[in-house]
Design a protein around this ligand. Sequence first.
Ligand code: NDP
Ligand code: ZN
Length: 210
Amino acid sequence: GMGSEVAWLLEAVDFAARKHKEQRRKDPEGTPYINHPIAVARILAHEAGVTDLVVLQVTPCPACPALPGPRTALPEPRTAPRAPPPQAALLHDTLEDTATTPAELEARFGAAVRRVVEEVTDDKRLPKAERKRLQIERAPACSRRAKLVKLADKLHNLRDLNRCTPQGWSEERVQEYFRWAARVVAGLRGTSAALEGALQRLFEERGVPT
Ligand code: NDP
Ligand code: ZN
C-alpha cells in the first residue's frame, strides 16, 4: 500500500544520504552529493511521469513490522515495467562512489534494485577514457529501467553544468562533457520522450550534434 511505498522511499533516501555523507559535488559551492541522486529521482517522477514507487512484489519483513521486505529475488516480469524502482535512482551512485557493495544493496532493497544500480555503475578499476567509451558502447543493451535512470542522471548533470562550471573546468571541458553525454544518450533512445526531448534541447543550445 501507499504507506509502505513511502516507507521504502525514505529507507532509500536515508541509506543514500548516510553513504554519501562525506561527499560533495564538483560545483564551486560544493553542494552535498546527496542533492544529485534526489534530483535524479525527482526528474523521473516529475518529468518522466515515473510515479509508481513500488513495481515489485514485497514480502513482509518479520524483523521490522513497519516495512515490507527485504524484497525477494523475483524473476524478471515478462513485460518491461514502465517505471524503475525509484530506489534505483536514489541509490544509483552508491556502488560507484561509496563503499557500498552489491550484496548490501540486494539485502536491503532486493535483487532488482541491485541489478539496476549495477547496470549504471562504471568499473572504477578501468582507466577513465575506457569507462567513458564503455558507457557509449553499452548504453543500448541496458534494461529499460537502467536507461531511465541514465537519462535522468545525464539530464541532471548537464543542467548542473549549465548552472555553474565546476572548479578547475575550462569551457572546452564542459563542452566535451556535453559531446560525450550526447553519444551516451544516442544509445538510450526510445525510453522517455520527455527526458530525451529535454536532453535534445540542451544539446541543441550548445550546437552539439546528436
Ligand atoms: P568527470 O567524469 O571528471 O566529471 C563529470 C562527472 O562528475 C559527472 O558525470 C558526474 O558524475 C560528476 N559530477 C559531480 N559534480 C558535478 C556537477 N556539478 N556537474 C556535473 N557533473 C558533476 O568529467 P570528464 O572527465 O568527463 O570531463 C569532461 C571531458 O573533458 C572529458 O571528455 C575529458 O576528456 C575532458 N577533459 C578531462 C580532463 C580531466 O582531467 N579528466 C581535463 C581536461 C579535459 P555522477 O553522476 O557520477 O555524479
Ligand atoms: Zn549520477
